[in-house]
Design a protein. Structure first.
Lengths: 162, 101
């Protein structure tokens, strides 16, 4: 049962990612991105990262995706109902990307990966919280300053000029 | 499901698709979506290596910081995109080639 769920989530992630890249309308791409992000959150659950799955749903789907949809709405005139978006250099881009994909796949197959089998933790929130406030305190503080800077910067940049 | 390679394959496919969006899409917001796909692929790799490397939490915390960076990047990038739209009435990245009009 878990195996079926895993493959369902994997296929959902990849198919919706293809729709993000090849969708005909910009808004369809944004909605497909929703399913990709949900699929990645599901993969985090399979990788025993329950806290990260929650963060993925809250920050990516609740924050970044809404921001992207706002961006789409603000950068198109209301009268253009079908916000289509075109692509350029599909041929060359396809060659580069298929080549890269082949190289990565070849590398993944050829490398003898060592897997350690460890016990599944009950939950990860307590450990992550302790680590953030001990070993990773400095990056945590830097991230808060970065977010403040991004907040002020975004507000300044997008404000209408006097 | 208990194989590291499966996750690496999914991440590699997501990364390639994100790169395809960055290379070929003309709309600036679509390029941003490609960048989000690439960041998600990197995050899957980090968490997968953390899980199969003896349940090491460093990978998960690193992924957490990547998500924070992605949020900051999306906010600033969309502010820039809106500014470009105000100046050019278009956000096609191949048409925006002047620093000053």
């Amino acid at each position: 049962m878990a195996e079926i769920t895993f493959w369902f989530i994997a296929i959902l992630t990849i198919v919706s990612a293809v729709m993000v890249v090849y969708g005909q309308k910009l808004l369809n791409s944004a909605i497909a991105l929703l399913f990709t992000l949900f699929g990645v959150a599901g993969l985090y659950v399979f990788l025993w990262a329950d806290f990260l799955a929650g963060v993925q749903v809250v920050v990516y789907i609740g924050g970044i995706l809404i921001l992207i949809i706002f961006g789409i709405m603000l950068t198109n005139r209301i009268t253009t109902v079908h916000i289509s978006h075109s692509s350029i250099q599909r041929g060359y881009g396809g060659i580069v990307v298929v080549g890269l994909m082949g190289f990565l796949g070849w590398m993944i197959v050829r490398t003898p990966w060592i897997q350690e089998h460890s016990a599944e933790p009950d939950q990860t929130v307590a450990t992550i919280g302790k680590l953030i406030l001990t070993d990773y305190l400095m990056p945590f503080e830097v991230a808060s300053i970065l977010l403040l800077g991004a907040l002020i910067g975004a507000a300044t940049l997008s404000r209408a000029e006097e | 499901m208990d194989q590291l390679q499966n996750y690496l394959f999914i991440a590699a496919i997501l990364f390639s698709l994100g790169l395809m969006a960055v290379i070929t899409r003309r709309n600036g917001v679509a390029v941003l979506m490609g960048i989000e796909l690439i960041l998600n692929a990197a995050n899957i790799n980090l968490v997968a290596f953390a899980r199969f490397g003896g349940m090491n939490y460093s990978g998960q915390i690193f992924a957490l910081f990547v998500i924070v960076l992605a949020a900051a990047e999306a906010a600033v990038a969309l502010a820039i995109v809106i500014n470009i739209f105000n100046n050019y009435s278009s956000i096609n990245v191949d048409e925006v080639s002047q620093l000053k009009q």
